[in-house]
Every structure is written in C-alpha cells, then in structure tokens.
Design a protein around this ligand. Structure first.
Ligand code: FEO
Length: 400
C-alpha cells in the first residue's frame, strides 16, 4: 500500500505512523502513537531527507518505491542519526547501492557506530551552511547540535521554502490522515503533546534550541517539515513563538502545577487542600498529579506550562518517595529554570523529603522557594492547615 502524500510538486511525505509502540525511546508513553516523517524530493538527483523507525520501515520503503517508480534514489540527507529515523537506512542501501548519505562529521561517526559495515565511499560530508544541489533544488545545512543529539542539523530548501527541521517543532502522536497542522484540531489533539515532546526530549537543551531558532529566523520559510507530527504551512510563527518560550524556560502562564508522592493518602489530602485554596483565591488552570500514577513526562510538561510548582512528598526509607525522587531528578536534569517552587514534606518520625527536594531544586537557575516549607507528621493537623492556607495565599498573591 502506498501512503505517500504529495506536499509540493517535487516533495512527498513518505514516512508513516505507528500506534503499536507503548513507550517512545522505551521511556515515554505514546497513547496516541507516533509519526516518523521522511521526505522525498524528486529532481535530477532524487533525495530522501531522513528515514524512519524500524516499526514503519516496510511502509517507508514501499512509499519510496511507489513515488520513484523506475527512477533511482541518489542521496539521503541525514539530519539526525537517532534510530527512530535511521532504522531503514541499510534497507535503502541494499535497494539503491549507489546512494550517497549526506552527513556532517559527527553524523558520520555515529552512523558508523550504528552501522559499521557501510563504506566511506557511501558518504558525502557537508559543513555548516554548505549548499548542495540536486538539480533545480538547492539545500543549505544549518547545524543544530543537541537539538536533540550532537550531530543534528536542519536542512533548508530555498526553492521550495521548506525547513526540514529534524526533531525540532515535532510532537508525540500519530498522523491520522491529515498531515498539515491547519487541517487538524491541533490545539486539542497535539498541543499538549507537542509541549510534552519538547520538554522531555529537547527541553534540557533550551540554549541550543534558541540558537537554532536564531539561525533560521531570517530564512523565508513557508513549510516546516519536522520528523514527528504535522507539517506547518500556516501560522508557522505559532510554533516558533512557543519554541522561543519553551527554549527560554519562560512559563506559558501564571498558574500552579502540584505534584505529590503519597503513600496512604495523607499527603494527597494536603495537595488537594492547597489546590482548593488556590482556586478559591482565583488561580486558574491548576493541575494536580499523583506522581505514582502519572508518568513524569506529563508532569514535566505541565511544569513547563506553569510559573509555580508545589511538590509534596512523603519520606520513604529515610529518603525521598521514589516516584517524587524521579520527578525531581527529571526537573533538574531538564534544567527547568525560572520557576517558583513550594515544598510540603510528610514524615511520621523523621521527615527528610523537604531537605532533599530543596537540595536538588537549589541547583536550578533562576528558581526559588516560595513560602515556608511545611512539615506534616503523618496527617495534616490544625496548624498544618493554617500553614497550607498561608502558603496558598502567598502563591496566589505572587501570581495575581
Ligand atoms: Fe526523533 Fe531525536 O529522534
């Protein structure tokens, strides 16, 4: 079955979506599946831009063969060598033995680590801002190291005004027939997943993401073709502006994300009480998560949305509650900055969690602790409830 889609006269989407995989990178839940986009440019020399994951390689190959017919495939531009985009490269090499892989030095090194048997003669090396012609189309390479691996580059085609952006501007979620952002209910269907994708996959590298945005900001871009999710051809500043915000670790809104680690429900009660108080005070769009129930990636995404974060945690084995520890470590490892944190700990005989959370949060740039740390012994007492009300008032005042 041919599922390729014509985007422009010489440009085709030849990737495919997978809805079977549970965990992207064996870490991130993808309840709505995942798309692996690849693009085929027909010209004097036919060129594929990036490949796909092993889950959809056979569909990818079939699509390429259908579009090319009797023609051959001359080049493969490899913007990103991570296996979710390159699992099918050896299949391409078998089918089209003369194909040349357009790579930079770092890509080639990683390529040979994954596929050691590929000969040097199969590569053409390019440097930053080199221009490569396939006939009537020219491609210029803008490197984007660490968005999301060190070898990543993006490719701009001036004649088609297309930016092939690698992982940047992508999202979790399969493509359901419609391939353009403006054809789908993006806000409802993809927006929060685009933030979850950015914050978890690329979020650690805000500085590098901003560098890429600055590099391509003067290009005349009519299409952004990412490796995951819908293609942008209208309102492309919407996604660029969001990326600027996320890359700068600027909260989307003044609101509160509350996450708790609770063994028997007493810490949860304090979390719910705080949420209620904040709502009474007029704070909107509060979110509350049980970090034992909700995968950290969803909570991290909400933390990218919100200006304030409240972490409530039981003490466990004289340390942090395990799922809270994972969440806090993810916050730290993703360099989340510019947030105000508040902390509530619970411990029946030797509460430790506030000290441990604080020691990790203190390493974050431009982040601070708002309000007094509250200590609960087993279950919140009258004094604790007054402290929780005061904390909610402090947070609300800082927001409104
Ligand atoms: Fe979609 Fe970094 O791989």
């Amino acid at each position: 079955m041919n599922t390729s889609v014509k985007i422009l006269d010489d440009l085709y989407l030849v990737g495919a979506s997978d809805r079977r995989l549970e965990l992207f990178e064996n870490v991130y839940p993808i309840p709505n599946g995942m798309s692996y986009n690849s693009y085929l440019v027909l010209d004097d020399k036919n060129t594929i831009i990036d490949g796909v994951d092993s889950a959809v390689t056979s569909r990818f190959i079939e699509n390429i063969k259908s579009v090319l017919g009797n023609k051959t495939l001359d080049y493969a531009i490899i913007n990103h060598i991570e296996p979710d985009h390159c699992a099918g490269l050896l299949d391409l090499l078998m089918l089209y033995p003369e194909i040349k892989f357009i790579v930079n030095d770092k890509t080639k090194k990683l390529f040979k680590q994954f596929y050691p048997n590929v000969n040097d003669s199969s590569f053409i090396n390019v440097k930053e801002k080199d221009t490569f012609s396939t006939g009537k189309h020219q491609f210029t390479f803008y490197f984007a190291p660490m968005v999301h691996w060190p070898e990543v580059m993006t490719t701009y085609c001036n004649s088609m005004k297309v930016l092939f952006s690698a992982d940047a501007f992508g999202t979790f979620g399969a493509l359901d027939g419609n391939i353009y952002h403006d054809e789908i209910a993006y806000k409802e269907r993809y927006f929060s997943e685009a933030r979850r994708y950015y914050s978890n996959i690329v979020g650690k590298y805000g500085f590098q993401t901003m560098s890429l945005i600055n590099k391509v900001s003067n290009l005349d871009i009519e299409y952004i073709c990412s490796l995951h999710g819908p293609i942008w051809r209208k309102d492309i500043n919407t996604i660029i502006d969001l990326y600027k915000k996320w890359a700068a670790y600027t909260p989307e809104e003044n609101s509160v994300c509350i996450a708790y680690g609770s063994i028997y429900g007493n810490t949860q009660e304090a979390a719910d009480f705080l949420a209620q108080q904040l709502s009474i005070n007029g704070v909107k769009h509060i979110s509350v998560f049980d970090c034992s129930k909700t995968h950290f990636s969803f909570i991290l995404s909400e933390i990218f949305r919100c200006s304030n974060v409240i972490l409530l945690s039981s003490t466990y084995n004289n340390g942090l509650f395990p799922m809270m520890e994972q969440l806090v470590d993810e916050i730290v490892s993703h360099n989340v900055s510019n947030r105000k944190f508040s902390i509530v700990e619970n411990g029946s005989w030797a509460p430790q969690s506030a000290k441990l959370i604080k020691s990790k949060i203190d390493t974050l740039k431009n982040s601070s602790i708002l309000g007094q740390v509250i200590t609960i012994h087993s279950s919140a007492d009258k004094i604790n409830y007054n402290e929780l009300i005061e904390l909610a008032n402090n947070i609300s005042e800082s927001l409104l």
